[in-house]
Design a protein. Structure first.
Length: 224
């Protein structure tokens, strides 16, 4: 039976992450430069648009004899690279070139920043449930509505639990789908929910969290 192959691999992802961290630190240093010198003259400010890198990775291996003369076989064992090794140990090397480019990307891929605004309005009060409509609007910083923006709405049980002094509330029932897209006219997305009237009458707070990509907003509902 042949013995398992032993490998010593170089953590390439750590090298790439280290390059990325160094690039971020360099850009942060450039951003921290004062716009004017001590005499009031404008300083030259720099921005790193991209960084090209090229890595040469050398792997060294040797062939090994496993088992006896009748059952033996050859295997490959990777060993740490040593440039002074001789060929008497049947050493071989594999050289790989890895190149790439880190590119500066504008926030939100250069698109206008999305802002979320949430609100809730009561529809009706029944014997067992209170019915509400939650509205989430997606707008640009200028106030322009954004249509076709994907929105997801969820009940925030943990925040609701904490706001209610450690008292859990019955999870609300979503009458409409919890995810969808804003309409073009006013950039709004609406979801109808029903809340347990017993929790509602005890002035419990129901917290919902809406998100679109990396943007979040919270909406809280409680009895007036």
């Amino acid at each position: 039976m042949s013995s398992p192959t032993t490998t010593n691999s170089l953590a390439l992802h750590e090298i790439v992450l280290s390059i990325a961290d160094s690039l971020n630190e360099a850009q942060d240093t450039l951003r921290s430069m004062a716009p004017y010198d001590e005499y009031g003259r404008p300083n030259t400010l720099y921005q790193l648009p991209y960084l090209d890198f090229n890595l040469e990775v050398i792997s060294q291996f040797e062939t090994t004899q496993t088992g006896g003369s009748s059952t033996g076989g050859n295997g490959i064992r990777f060993v740490p690279f040593r440039s002074t090794e001789t060929t008497s140990r049947n050493l071989g090397t594999i050289t790989s070139n890895i190149s790439g480019r880190f590119v500066a990307v504008m926030p939100n891929e250069g698109l206008p920043q999305v802002l979320l605004i949430g609100s809730a309005a009561v529809d009706s009060i029944a014997t067992d449930f209170a019915f509400y409509t939650i509205t989430v609007k997606a707008i640009q910083p200028t106030g322009e509505p954004i249509g076709g923006q994907r929105i997801e709405l969820n009940f925030d049980a943990d925040t609701s639990f904490n706001l209610n002094g450690g008292n859990a509330v019955t999870p609300p029932v979503f009458i409409d789908p919890k995810d969808g897209y804003t309409i073009n006219e006013d950039g709004s997305f609406k979801v109808k929910v029903k809340l347990k009237i017993s929790d509602y009458d005890l002035l419990r707070t129901f917290v919902f969290k809406a998100n679109s990509g990396t943007q979040f907003t919270s909406i809280a509902i409680s009895k007036p």
